[in-house]
Design a protein around this ligand. Structure first.
Ligand SMILES: C[S@@+](CC[C@H](N)C(=O)[O-])C[C@H]1O[C@@H](n2cnc3c(N)ncnc32)[C@H](O)[C@@H]1O
Length: 289
């Protein structure tokens, strides 16, 4: 047990607890099934687009993940049966509600949520929702930015098997979030990125699958697929590049290999950690991604 006030910072929903169990076993990926969360509170929130804050005031739900994406997070946590999950970016708590609901149905696990603005900008809306649904005992909140909170968790020996990244969307912050989570994610664990189709997030995903020990986890679900299809000219140019070793050295991989071909599609891409990082620290040049 960790004293939240001394080591991990503010945790209004109870102290951060580092799971004593370390016996997590990765399930067979072929057993993954997409399923609906089936929570009346969540159904009502999406219907009314309203939630209450900690003082009982009704607030409009302006920032949140789509319902199907919530179901995807729920399904992933049901599948993995993780001992510990982590989320960067709590906001209205829609993602946290789905994750915590899955933890309750699993009968094991705990969720760490990180967001520096929950009780200020967000008026504690997520905390209130988690309390109303009786899920609050399954969640701890660290109200500090992720670059303070996650390293403390690592230092305290914290490990996770599932992570959801939805904090700052600046390239350097998303990359830092990925790097910090990689350090505490068990091999076989999953990391899901919100807004995977935003350039900064896409960049980090491409980097992870090209330079780190990650592969796309095939969920069979594409959240908000892009309506754009490559033009004929783009297809022809790609064919040209594929046929020429010289062009392949010059043209960026992000152009020559379409993301969809690598399984990178839609708003929520999920990556599986295949091994621990074994790159040499002075390797320098990353492989083109
Ligand atoms: C898009 S919202 C998250 C939505 C939430 N996942 C949901 O489904 O309701 C992004 C959140 O990231 C938080 N955030 C911004 N910078 C952050 C940082 N450096 N560390 C952690 N959270 C951050 C914001 O306060 C905001 O709540």
């Amino acid at each position: 047990m960790i004293d939240s006030t001394s080591i991990i910072g503010r945790a209004p929903m109870g102290p951060f607890v580092v799971a004593e169990r370390t016996d997590w076993i990765e399930p067979d990926a072929s057993e993954f099934r997409f399923q609906e969360t089936g929570c009346p509170f969540i159904t009502n929130a999406f219907k009314t687009q309203q939630l209450s804050d900690l003082k009982g005031r009704v607030r409009s739900m302006d920032t949140f993940i789509p319902r199907e994406q919530g179901d995807l997070l729920f399904s992933l946590v049901r599948h993995l049966k993780p001992l510990q999950t982590i989320e960067i970016g709590l906001a209205n708590g829609i993602s946290a509600l789905h994750i915590a609901r899955a933890i309750r149905e699993n009968g094991c696990g705990h969720h760490w949520a990180i967001d520096p603005y929950q009780t200020t900008d967000w008026h504690g809306v997520a905390l209130a929702s988690l309390r109303q649904t009786g899920l609050d005992s399954l969640v701890s909140l660290d109200e500090r930015p992720s670059h303070w909170a996650v390293p403390d968790l690592e230092e305290a020996g914290g490990r996770v098997q599932f992570a959801f990244v939805d904090g700052s969307h600046l390239l350097d912050y998303v990359m830092a979030d990925f790097m910090m989570i990689d350090r505490i994610l068990d091999v076989g664990g999953l990391i899901a990125f919100d807004d995977s189709d935003w350039p900064a997030v896409l960049h980090v995903i491409r980097f992870a699958v090209t330079n780190c020990e990650y592969e796309v986890f095939p969920t069979g679900v594409v959240i908000e697929p892009s309506p754009f299809r490559p033009r004929l000219l783009t297809k022809l140019a790609r064919r040209l590049v594929h046929g020429s070793a010289r062009l392949q050295r010059i043209v960026r991989r992000s152009f020559s290999i379409p993301d969809a071909e690598r399984g990178i599609e839609g708003r929520c891409v999920v990556l599986r950690k295949t091994a621990n990082d074994s790159r040499h620290a002075l390797q320098g040049q990353p492989e083109d991604f």
